[in-house]
Design a binder for this molecule. Structure first.
Ligand SMILES: C[S@@+](CC[C@H](N)C(=O)[O-])C[C@H]1O[C@@H](n2cnc3c(N)ncnc32)[C@H](O)[C@@H]1O
Length: 231
């Protein structure tokens, strides 16, 4: 927590960057001591929160929008934290910089895959919250030599947000259809929220185009009942 002297009373006041439940869940998974780059940082609150907590060594926030970075700059000044801000698409503007972990939240799978496909070999950990295409992203990660090591569904304001984190080592275990759709059950941190998400998906997946996903919902719900992984 950052402490600022209070102008009015001369006593310390406590300020810390506010985080949504979704970003808080992702932030908690970032490895301690990380040299983080947050792509699509927008307001910059995720890396600012981590810096304020003293959980990470360094942080760079990247966004392709100058307007978004201006908001991040205001937050950076407000909280007085050493967040390095860069305009750029994906990791292009931070080539040659020292980072080992990356977060990308609130973007589609295509943006995340395009960024990861051009990532330098030093990138060892990624935390991802795709707002669409989680199944496509899990499949791509598996094929591209990443292992998903944790999964969580976060419920906020009536919406469910799947997020997952991965290390840069190949996963020797094949990925099944239900795991592509909803992640490996044994990796889920919050099975109760996963169950509510699956029940909501069950109602949604009655359209012909969603029948395969609907089948995966049933497999995972059944496995969740038995507390075994859907293999
Ligand atoms: C919906 S906001 C998400 C902000 C924040 N990460 C969050 O989850 O609250 C998406 C942000 O990503 C930026 N963005 C989208 N694609 C990007 C890319 N390929 N490289 C850099 N920034 C990107 C947009 O400009 C926007 O500020």
């Amino acid at each position: 927590m950052v402490q600022f002297p209070s102008i009015l009373e001369g006593s310390p006041i406590h300020l810390k960057p506010p985080l949504s439940r979704r970003l808080h869940a992702l932030a908690l998974q970032v490895p301690a001591g990380a040299k983080l780059v947050d792509v699509g940082t927008d307001h910059g609150l995720l890396p600012l929160w981590l810096l304020a907590q003293g959980r990470i060594a360094t942080a760079i926030g990247v966004d392709r929008s100058a307007a978004a970075l201006a908001a991040a700059r205001r937050n950076q000044l407000r909280f007085g934290l050493p967040l390095d801000l860069q305009v750029g698409v994906g990791l292009v503007s931070v080539q040659g910089r020292d980072f080992d972990c990356m977060t990308m939240a609130g973007m589609g799978a295509e943006e995340i895959i395009t960024t990861l496909a051009a990532a330098p070999p030093q990138l060892a950990w990624v935390g991802l919250q795709p707002h669409r295409g989680a199944d496509v992203l899990r499949t791509w990660l598996h094929r591209a030599g990443w292992t998903i090591v944790g999964e969580q569904v976060v419920e906020e304001n009536g919406l469910f947000h799947p997020l997952f984190w991965a290390i840069g080592e190949p996963d020797p275990v094949a990925i099944t259809g239900p795991e592509r759709s909803f992640g490996r059950l044994s990796l889920h941190r919050d099975p109760q929220t996963l169950r509510r998400y699956l029940e909501a998906e069950h109602k949604r997946c009655t359209a012909p185009l969603l029948l395969e996903r609907g089948g995966h919902v049933q497999v995972v719900l059944e496995a969740l009942k038995q507390d075994i992984s859907p293999r």
